[in-house]
Write a protein that binds this ligand. Structure first.
Ligand code: PRT
Ligand code: MG
Length: 219
């Protein structure tokens, strides 16, 4: 548990999750006192002495909350599916940082032929859990290549036939002459809570969860 029993520690990642969580926090009466884009601090105070924000990588948010380095956090469904969700209570879909998980290929690649039952396809992705399940459900043998970024490059260089990646506007795919051939699932960010903290700091966490729920309902 984060050291102080009266303190609630909220884990956020910089960028879209931080930016899109701010209005929900504000509606819950919490205002972050520093701008993570200009500050080098990793722990940001808020207007509430009992609430602080810690900045971690998006993929590390579930890990911080699972082990009690933070009591609560905001993480994308993509990140949660890869993490597995152990030790996490997921009370709310915040409906922010929305996008979709999709399959994309080079425009000249015949995806329909490549995913005929019993066939084999080479897929590069950061999201190996989701991709493995998706192709297993289709009865397609998949060779997965784990990447940590710039997935779009894989089909262009011959590293893979296809990628599984997040798509929002589609402009990254278009800029790299890739086409989205299948949507796997819609993605948004969830509020996650450490299960032990929920018992030990029940009143404080409940009121924060309820305030977030009220803020989402208003949108
Ligand atoms: O960027 P960094 O390496 O630090 O970490 P991160 O990529 O894990 O964090 P961040 O802040 O980029 O993403 C945090 C969360 O935002 C993700 O876990 C998703 O749940 C959500 N999200 C929403 C997105 C996007 N939209 C999105 N478009 N995450 C990534 N992208 C990327 C996508 O991977 C692709 O490279 O944006 C590109 C596509 O965007 P379009 O608009 O060109 O289609
Ligand atoms: Mg990113």
């Amino acid at each position: 548990m984060s050291q102080n029993a009266a303190m609630i520690t909220l884990a956020l990642s910089k960028g879209r999750i931080f930016d899109e969580t701010l209005p929900l926090l504000k509606a819950a009466g919490v205002e972050v006192m520093e701008d993570p884009e200009t500050s080098r601090k990793l722990i940001l105070p808020t207007n509430r002495p009992d609430v602080r924000v810690v900045l971690v990588r998006a993929t590390d948010v579930p890990t911080y909350v699972q082990y009690g380095g933070a009591d609560v956090g905001v993480a994308g469904k993509d990140v949660l599916l890869e993490h597995g969700g152990q030790g996490l209570y997921q009370p709310l879909d915040l409906n922010i940082a929305r996008c979709r998980m999709s399959v994309a290929v080079r425009a000249d690649f015949d995806y329909a032929a490549a995913v005929k039952q019993g066939s084999r396809i080479r897929v590069a992705t950061k999201y190996t859990t989701v991709a493995r399940q998706h192709f297993a459900d289709k009865g397609v043998h998949v060779d997965l290549i784990k990447l940590y970024g710039s997935m779009e490059l894989a089909p262009l260089t011959g590293l893979a036939d296809a990628i599984v990646d997040l798509v929002s506007t589609g402009s990254t795919l278009r800029a790299n002459h890739l086409v989205e051939v299948e949507q796997i699932m819609p993605i948004s960010s969830r509020l996650i809570v450490n299960q032990a903290a929920l018992k030990l700091k029940r009143a404080a966490l409940r009121s924060l969860i309820d305030a977030f729920a009220g803020a989402i309902a208003k949108e």
